[in-house]
Write a protein that binds this ligand. Sequence first.
Ligand SMILES: NC(=O)c1ccc[n+]([C@@H]2O[C@H](COP(=O)([O-])OP(=O)(O)OC[C@H]3O[C@@H](n4cnc5c(N)ncnc54)[C@H](OP(=O)(O)O)[C@@H]3O)[C@@H](O)[C@H]2O)c1
Length: 316
Amino acid sequence: MPPLLPGAAFLRMYPCSHLPGTSAAMMPSDATTPLRGKTVLLTGASRGIGLAAAHQLAQQGAHLIMVCRDPTRGERARQAVQLATPGAAIDLLLCDLSRLADVQRLCDDILARYTRLDVLINNAGVLPNKLEVTEEGHELCWVTNHLSVFVLTNRLLPLLAAVLPGRIITVASEAHWLGEIEASVARRNDPAHNSAFTAYSDSKLANVLFTQALAERLELTGISAVCLHPGIVRSHLFAESSWLMRLSMRLARPFTRSTAQAAAAIIHLATNPDVPKFNGRYFKNGRPARSSGRTKNPGEAHRLWRVSGMETGLDV
Ligand SMILES: NC(=O)c1ccc[n+]([C@@H]2O[C@H](COP(=O)([O-])OP(=O)(O)OC[C@H]3O[C@@H](n4cnc5c(N)ncnc54)[C@H](OP(=O)(O)O)[C@@H]3O)[C@@H](O)[C@H]2O)c1
């Protein structure tokens, strides 16, 4: 991977902040790179950060593909975005990202329907209140937050390659600092060994490592991949998490961000022309940030890639 500018250098390039409702550390996107004429696929667009991002993407002129799980919530979200931005081109696709068979079906559908994709935003995520294993045998956070991202991104690469420069943005989390990549599926799925929160942290570490491994593979292709922590955000994410988690969120309220602020951080990564220089990096507060010790070992990203390939059956 080419050497990357440290965060301070990035800040010098973007010294001021004009995005509404963003912190001083956030930098404005370049007005010369609007999303008009660009196709953007966004997962988890039905609520929370994703819905706010859908509004902003539509406002910036993107042809927006909203991927939602629930048909009613999805259609309600699509209509709300359409109403707020009447001229916007918006498609709604349905998929339960916790089911890899459904993710594969979604990919088939997208590859058949579209010829281009400029930006892929892997935003959907789940934080349940107890460890859950799906019918396909995957731990719920692992499959929804990571394995689906692995399949969707790899299968849609031909569309991203069709309109260079393509961009892939994955919404990770500071929770990745607590994560590790389990050695076996049995251990990952075992409630005696794993909790919902450790499973969530593991999946968020996977988001960061996946971005690193992907960036390395995409080097010189014109497609770049970055991930970010969106802040602690007042969304639906913690609604079904443990009482301790909900209490922590209540106490943390003065330090939280709105979904619109978090969405602005994503849109910034989708539009800023200098982001590709930071291929593979983890962003926080609008700039490249330090990620956990486990992300410093390139072997760990390669191991995650192998594990993900085996568990999804995707030969990439
Ligand atoms: N909120 C925070 O403080 C925070 C902090 C760090 C990182 N993040 C990350 O930010 C991202 C967005 O989270 P959020 O805070 O906006 O949470 P949210 O309000 O709960 O929204 C999550 C979105 O993901 C979708 N989703 C969940 N499971 C799905 C599935 N099986 N298939 C398809 N879609 C599914 C939800 O759809 P439904 O409407 O169908 O449930 C919803 O649209 C997540 O990746 C999360 O890990 C959030």
